[in-house]
Design a protein around this ligand. Structure first.
Ligand SMILES: Cc1cc2nc3c(=O)[nH]c(=O)nc-3n(C[C@H](O)[C@H](O)[C@H](O)COP(=O)(O)O)c2cc1C
Length: 236
């Protein structure tokens, strides 16, 4: 597997990246075949991980009784968090559809187990969070693979980790990282829902790239790329 990507293959990867969306609605009733689900999980399992610790587990959920318990936690957390903002933002926030727990055929909890392969993990000795970052890499692989298969995925973080631990019977040391809703959808939006709703804009690439040190956006040694990133290159 040393050969370069062809132009077509490159396009495919970028297409997956730019057209991936967080999906909370538009789920159809079509179920996900097990071979496709296995392929997506395998893509996640091939993510990078600190010290090759593979600290993830994937809990597949399709029982409605479990989904309803999780949805309950979502309702509670959404109401609690809405009290943290003032009107008119509060009403706007409350009007957003921020999960597809019951409508999506498959829910999936991705967890982090810091004890896998013992306490010494190469690369995790100085930054313990590197284990957690590895699980996020697995989620991103999963998200892109799902998009490539035409499957929508929505990440729900408006949940209580305590509730997740109880409902899914996680051991004390295992941390829920991502609760995901998966299913075929009849539409992938062109832009993030929160962008379309005017909640937040996508930042300009030129404003988030610094050269050599924090907040230096004009270092002359980097002239050429500064020109190139003046406009956002996505949706290209
Ligand atoms: C860690 C994480 C947690 C998220 N939690 C939620 C959530 O609870 N509800 C929701 O509707 N979207 C959630 N999202 C999706 C983001 O809102 C979404 O990624 C962002 O608005 C950009 O849209 P896009 O993913 O379609 O590009 C989450 C995304 C991430 C990465």
């Amino acid at each position: 597997m040393t050969e370069d990507f062809t132009e077509e293959e490159k396009k495919g990867l970028y297409k997956a990246i730019y057209s991936r969306r967080d999906v909370r609605s538009h789920f159809t009733s079509r179920s996900i075949d097990d071979d496709i689900l296995a392929r997506i999980l395998n893509a996640a399992h091939h993510a990078p991980s600190v010290g090759f610790s593979q600290p993830w587990n994937f809990i597949l959920i399709k029982e409605m009784i479990t989904k309803k318990k999780i949805k309950n936690s979502f309702e509670q957390e959404k109401s609690r968090s809405s009290k943290l903002i003032e009107e008119p933002k509060r009403s706007k926030y409350l009007s957003f559809k921020l999960e597809g727990i019951l409508e999506s055929p498959i829910n999936l909890c991705v967890t982090y187990d810091p004890t896998k392969f013992g306490p010494f993990v190469i690369g995790r000795t100085s930054i313990p969070e590197a284990g957690l970052y590895s699980v996020c890499c697995a989620v991103q692989n999963l998200w892109l693979a799902a998009r490539t298969e035409g499957i929508g995925l929505g990440w729900v973080s408006i949940l209580s980790n305590d509730a997740l631990k109880e409902v899914l019977e996680l051991p004390e040391h295992v941390v829920p990282i991502a609760y995901l809703c998966l299913g075929y959808v009849d539409e992938f939006a062109q832009k993030p829902d929160l962008e379309t709703a005017g909640w937040l804009p996508r930042l300009d690439l030129k404003d988030v790239v610094y050269f050599e040190k924090w907040q230096d956006t004009e270092n002359t040694e980097w002239n050429q790329i500064q020109e190139m990133i003046k406009t956002n290159l996505d949706y290209a």
